[in-house]
Write a protein that binds this ligand. Sequence first.
Ligand SMILES: Cc1cc2nc3c(=O)[nH]c(=O)nc-3n(C[C@H](O)[C@H](O)[C@H](O)COP(=O)(O)OP(=O)(O)OC[C@H]3O[C@@H](n4cnc5c(N)ncnc54)[C@H](O)[C@@H]3O)c2cc1C
Length: 277
Amino acid sequence: MKPSPFDYLAVPRLDEAKAALSAGTAKLMAGNQSLGPMLNLRLTRPAAVVDVSLLPELRAVQEDADWVRLGAAVTHAEIEDGEVPDPTPGWLQAAAGNIAHRAVRNRGTLGGSLAHADPAADWCIVMTGLFATAVIEGPEGPRRVALEDFLTGPFATALRPGEILRAVEVPRPGEGARWGYWKFARQVGEFAKASAVVLIDPARGRSRCAVGALGRQPLVLPDPDSVIEGRRSPAEALRASLPESPPADLALHVAALARALAQAKEEAPTDARGDRT
Ligand SMILES: Cc1cc2nc3c(=O)[nH]c(=O)nc-3n(C[C@H](O)[C@H](O)[C@H](O)COP(=O)(O)OP(=O)(O)OC[C@H]3O[C@@H](n4cnc5c(N)ncnc54)[C@H](O)[C@@H]3O)c2cc1C
């Protein structure tokens, strides 16, 4: 199918993108890797498409002692290739390199992925696991939302009409922090069937276990330390949080969490794709 007709607007500044959105009939386009298929299938029929992929404000990268702020239009490939700073010891680079295929990564953006909020998307679970914050620009000015609150459901976010995801702020993990990310996909380049992250960061006093690809926003487990310290097994924790989950699905999510946990505890070395080495 072909999209219904729309105007294409390549705006040079963020203010103009905001103005173009104010009419309520335009849709933002970043890498066009998810929007393109939606337009072609006529799942969305905007009067105008506003290309934000080259906006300087969305391409900007800032660094601080405590965080790195990656512009929303930074591509998966730029993160994979280390062209932008990775606040972690290579965790973002490894995750980026495992998204789709290189052609998709060349165009697809961090912000587009989070704004699209596919439940199986890599950045949704990874950025939730890292305590990242969405930096949003809108008609009422800027605001910040923790990633676990930014993702509100399948393909649903806290973005209000007229708002643009400007950047994602990723805190630097503390000395000695450990991380596990496991993604089950049928084959390389596919979305996850189940995914999980584990962050153990005693220097910053925080830890997190989260599970993705649930058909909704990532699940952040309460009391992650009980799982990390072995007082609750991944199966016990997920059974308690996902009582309605079909057994086969639950088993895959439990396995993803167990493997992410083993990675973080360095019990089972894995490569970037999550395969055992
Ligand atoms: C074959 C294929 C395989 C894929 N496999 C994976 C995978 O394994 N893992 C994975 O995570 N992803 C995967 N993807 C998705 C890919 O990562 C996309 O890049 C991503 O979902 C969307 O990013 P984009 O920059 O292309 O956004 P676009 O397609 O341009 O936009 C997507 C949506 O976000 C909105 N949007 C874009 N930018 C902003 C912004 N700054 N503020 C507010 N709203 C915005 C748009 O209006 C649109 O609604 C795959 C895609 C393809 C085509």
